[in-house]
Ligand binder design. Structure first.
Ligand SMILES: [Zn+2]
Length: 277
């Protein structure tokens, strides 16, 4: 399917404008604020999503043990917040696009059953070697239901976000929580990368062929509304946020940059927590 004349998030046809950026045609939806490319030519094998770059895969593999140790404090803090919304203990979580599965051990230590799946079969093999139960199963064939479904750095790769989100919603128990984490197209980094194509290959977080969809808080709100989910928290934060940030070790330079952009309200991460009614 190509989305040259219809927005993949809000399905509107009348408020689309386009611009050329280094040979790419980028469409902006003036209704829901999605930036996107109409056609997705390069896809993950067996999936409807654009590929993750090899450099990122290598980095995640190399840092696995260190990040998995760091992830425990994130999981503990998130569990408290999830349970506040759930109004019951959080027992089963599903992580879609889990990569190396840094959250497996932390959730297990918190007595929460973690299921991780990733369309890239590399991670299934990685899991076997490192004793993390990662599956390669498509979300369409999962039959269990979960208290929380999380998708971190996933939806910006997905060709049809509505279909993806609809399926995720079906996988939730009543009152269950969706936790999306994605790049913020209104961040300082994104704004700098939108100044001129002669300065940046990327148009914000449109990074062909890797990321072909870029979202703002408004877009996520739109998506949740269309799926009749209750938007509980949609906000921007820095990558180094102690609860919602990305589990990584950061250099002093990175920490300073993220602190400055976040202080300006232009952090690079967008978090969307919604609840199934
Ligand atoms: Zn739209």
């Amino acid at each position: 399917m190509n989305y040259n004349s219809v927005c993949p998030v809000c399905s509107n046809r009348d408020q689309l404008t386009s611009l050329k950026w280094r040979g790419y045609n980028i469409i902006h939806c003036n209704n829901c604020e999605l930036d996107y490319c109409g056609e997705m030519n390069e896809k993950e094998i067996g999936g409807d999503s654009s590929p993750v770059n090899l450099q990122g895969i290598k980095m995640m593999s190399d840092l696995f043990y260190r990040t998995s140790d760091l992830a425990i404090s994130f999981a503990s803090r998130r569990k408290i917040i999830y349970e506040d919304f759930l109004n019951r203990p959080c027992k089963k979580v599903l992580e879609v696009g889990c990569g190396p599965g840094v959250f497996y051990k932390p959730w297990r230590d918190l007595n929460v059953e973690w299921t991780g799946t990733d369309i890239n079969s590399y991670w299934k093999d990685f899991g076997k070697k490192n004793r993390v139960p990662i599956s390669n199963e498509s979300i369409d064939s999962i039959i269990n239901k979960y208290d929380v479904v999380m998708a971190h750095q996933v939806i910006e790769h997905v060709e049809d976000p509505l279909k993806f989100m609809k399926r995720i919603t079906e996988l939730l128990e009543p009152g269950g929580i969706i936790h999306l984490e994605l790049p913020n197209q209104n961040s300082l980094t994104a704004k700098l990368r939108k100044i001129s194509p002669s300065l940046s290959h990327d148009y914000g977080f449109i990074q062909p062929p890797m990321h072909l969809r870029a979202y703002t808080e408004k877009t996520i709100n739109y998506l949740y509304k269309r799926l009749n989910l209750s938007s509980e928290m949609i906000f921007v934060c820095g990558n180094t946020d102690h609860t919602w940030g990305q589990v990584r070790e950061y250099s002093f330079f990175q920490k300073s940059l993220y602190t400055i952009s976040n202080t300006l309200g232009m952090g690079s991460l967008l978090i969307g927590i919604a609840q199934k009614k």
